[in-house]
Design a protein around this ligand. Structure first.
Ligand code: PEP
Ligand code: MN
Length: 333
């Protein structure tokens, strides 16, 4: 159950009511909001004069649900850029899997500027499947991304792998990416709830839609309303592609949640040859954004080499996406 308290209710009163009905609470900028488990919907003993409204929910997809907030949330990324809401933007995010050097990331930043892409992606802390693979440049990588932001006026999205560097990522990123493998990390989710920055939450490849959105609820219920969901493929019985992009799941998220949705066909496909076709299909679904891995020379990429588009392929892809976005009433930015 979600409960809105009257705007005049103080923090002390809110915390006392929250304890009484065993709720989490946060301030949404206008009032204190209390959230109990979906099945606990008793307001017995609470002074009704302190209440503004309440919603009884049928599952723990609560703050993220359209039942609670019928309109899609608008997520502001620094000054001037918004996704979701009624913006009708499909925001392109591109860049390499990992920051590898100044030279490499600079060419990537220049591609963004040339193509009108506002957000550069690249990981500095990589959650690799093998401990012997390249693990990312760490803090030095964050500093290189920071330089690109300054020099090219780009927004930067980069991922947090674990709790050891969450503060550094929060400090440097415009958007914090929580990767598929970190989706269940309670420490990261709870810390990002109060990060004061937008978060892109990727779906764990073994997570149901319910589990995925509940992970987002950890941050929403901690007071961070700027959460974007990212479908990046789930593991199925299929082995010819790296993962299976769950477009049915995307339709569900669009219908039943109020969170902007971004699609990542690169990690789903795992091979560059399919990424452009998938990106076009995703754009036709009218989603809020796309995340595409691109690299100046994918063959020598230190992570995810097989799936990254080279820059010529990326340019051709962008050309083809603009009319598709327009055909579904959106603008590719
Ligand atoms: C990435 O974006 O490079 C990445 C590691 O993605 P995921 O968490 O979806 O595997
Ligand atoms: Mn990657």
């Amino acid at each position: 159950m979600i409960v809105h308290l009257h705007t005049a209710v103080s923090e002390a009163q809110a915390s006392q009511i929250a304890a009484q009905i065993q709720a989490l609470y946060f301030h949404d900028g206008q009032r204190y909001v209390l959230v109990t488990g979906a099945k606990d919907n008793s307001l017995e003993g609470v002074d009704s004069r302190l209440l503004e409204g309440h919603w009884i929910m049928d599952s723990d997809i609560q703050l993220a649900s359209r039942k609670y907030m019928p309109q899609k949330r608008t997520v502001r990324i620094g000054d001037g850029i918004t996704i979701g809401g009624d913006t009708d933007h499909t925001m392109m995010i591109t860049g390499p899997c990992s920051v590898e050097s100044l030279e490499q990331i600079e060419v990537c930043a220049q591609l963004c500027v040339e193509q009108g892409v506002k957000m550069l992606r690249a990981g500095a802390y990589k959650p690799r499947t093998s401990p012997y693979s390249f693990q990312g440049m760490g803090l030095e990588g964050l500093r290189l991304l920071d330089r690109m932001r300054e020099k090219y006026q780009l927004k930067v999205i980069t991922e947090v792998r674990d709790a050891t560097h969450v503060e550094d990522v929060i400090a440097f990123a415009d958007v914090i990416q929580i990767g598929a493998k970190a989706m269940y990390d309670q420490g990261i989710l709870r810390r990002c709830a109060s990060a004061g920055k937008p978060v892109l939450l990727k779906r764990g490849f073994g997570a149901t839609l319910q589990e995925f959105v509940q992970a987002a609820e950890f941050m929403l219920s901690g007071g961070n309303s700027d959460i974007v969901l990212c479908e990046r493929g789930i593991r199925t019985f299929e082995t010819k592609t790296r993962f299976t992009l769950d477009l049915c799941g995307v339709a569900y998220l669009k219908e039943f949640t109020n969170l902007p949705v971004i699609l990542d066909p690169s990690h789903a496909m795992g091979y560059a040859y399919g990424v452009a076709d998938l990106a076009r299909a995703c754009t036709a679904m009218g989603v809020d954004g796309l995340l595409i891995e691109s690299h100046p020379n994918p063959k020598v990429a230190k992570s995810d080499a097989s799936q990254q588009l080279d820059h010529a392929e990326f340019r051709a892809l962008m050309q083809s996406l603009h009319p598709i976005a327009a055909a579904v009433g959106r603008k590719m930015i």
